[in-house]
Design a binder for this molecule. Structure first.
Ligand SMILES: Cc1cc2nc3c(=O)[nH]c(=O)nc-3n(C[C@H](O)[C@H](O)[C@H](O)COP(=O)(O)OP(=O)(O)OC[C@H]3O[C@@H](n4cnc5c(N)ncnc54)[C@H](O)[C@@H]3O)c2cc1C
Length: 293
């Protein structure tokens, strides 16, 4: 990397640092929303200054390993935290996973609370295991937004958008539900929502006109979207999130079969079958290093 590149990279990192910060929090409550989803509410004085932009606002969640009473994360390293975190032993350093702010509330005494909806998939993943057992007082750390207009909000329909397509599985349902709460009244939404059980279906709130297609059991998102009649493709904005392979197929279908402009599609693989988030991060880092950036 040249000196100029290094300076540019440092400036970019500093700009990102202005938008985000570390927030210590603790569990203040949890409740099951259905067989698959559990809502964990986070609070505590350390959340002051957290500023969700709504919609699909995501953040990094740091969790302790069983036996630790708080996640180990070198926040004091400032911009160097990631390198220092990676250098720690895997069994010691905090588990780092991506989640969505389902809701942020300001309490009458000024404190902040966040709801985070976790899709449970058994004890195979540390975050799923943690969420299933979360109890008041459990400590976590978030790397999240300090300003509401930040890069971790992906849902940004162009001006003039009248029709929105949402396709989400249970991991992206929290984001889809928050997007629906954010949308104005003059939009029509075709929402395709796949959850494992009929009892996972939730009530959705929106000012927009919403056609919700809940898919339960073996029904898949690709078939449902393929079969859908979607008016006005030129003014459609699509937001796709969930299992990476499914998201890729959905995007291909919208671009290849329906001729939708790729710039009008926001997509994100939230997880990949057979790979942990740790695996996906290692893959992304290796690709980044191989590209020489
Ligand atoms: C921007 C973003 C926002 C996200 N928001 C949310 C959210 O609000 N709620 C939410 O529940 N998830 C959300 N996710 C997905 C979540 O980060 C992943 O599901 C994550 O892998 C869970 O971590 P884990 O420790 O439980 O499992 P990991 O250790 O990462 O994975 C262990 C194994 O479980 C599999 N696996 C992971 N997730 C699932 C699943 N849901 N069903 C079945 N198998 C799975 C993996 O393929 C792997 O084989 C989001 C992801 C991103 C990128």
């Amino acid at each position: 990397m040249s000196t100029a590149d290094e300076a540019a990279a440092t400036a970019a990192a500093a700009a990102v640092a202005e938008q985000f910060g570390f927030f210590a929090a603790e569990v203040v409550g949890s409740r099951r929303l259905g067989p698959t989803l559990v809502r964990v509410t986070l609070g505590g004085a350390g959340l002051t200054g957290f500023a969700s932009g709504g919609r699909d606002q995501s953040f990094s969640l740091f969790l302790p390993h069983p036996g630790q009473d708080a996640p180990v994360i070198p926040v004091e390293a400032g911009l160097g935290w990631f390198a220092e975190w990676r250098a720690l032993d895997e069994s010691v350093r905090a588990v780092m996973r991506s989640y969505t702010v389902r809701a942020q509330r300001q309490l009458p005494d000024g404190r902040t609370e966040l709801d985070v909806d976790f899709a449970l998939h058994g004890d195979t993943g540390p975050a799923s295991r943690w969420a299933a057992r979360a109890e008041p007082g459990d400590r976590v750390v978030l790397l999240g937004p300090a300003v509401a207009d930040n890069r971790s909000v992906g849902f940004r329909p162009p001006a003039g958008t009248r029709t929105v397509l949402l396709a989400a599985d249970e991991t992206a349902l929290p984001a889809a539900a928050a997007i629906l709460e954010w949308l104005p009244a003059d939009v029509t939404v075709h929402a395709f929502l796949r959850v494992p059980h009929p009892e996972d279906v939730q009530e959705l709130t929106s000012r927009a006109t919403v056609e919700a297609h809940w898919l339960t059991g073996p029904d898949d998102l690709l078939t449902a979207v393929r079969d859908a009649r979607l008016p006005d493709p030129a003014h459609l904005y699509a937001w796709l999130a969930g299992e990476a392979g499914t998201v890729r197929s959905l995007r291909r279908h919208l671009i290849g079969d329906r001729g939708i402009d790729r710039r009008r599609i926001e997509f994100s693989g939230y997880w990949r079958r057979g790979a942990s988030e740790e695996d996906l991060r290692a893959e992304a880092l290796a690709a980044h290093e191989a590209s020489g950036e």
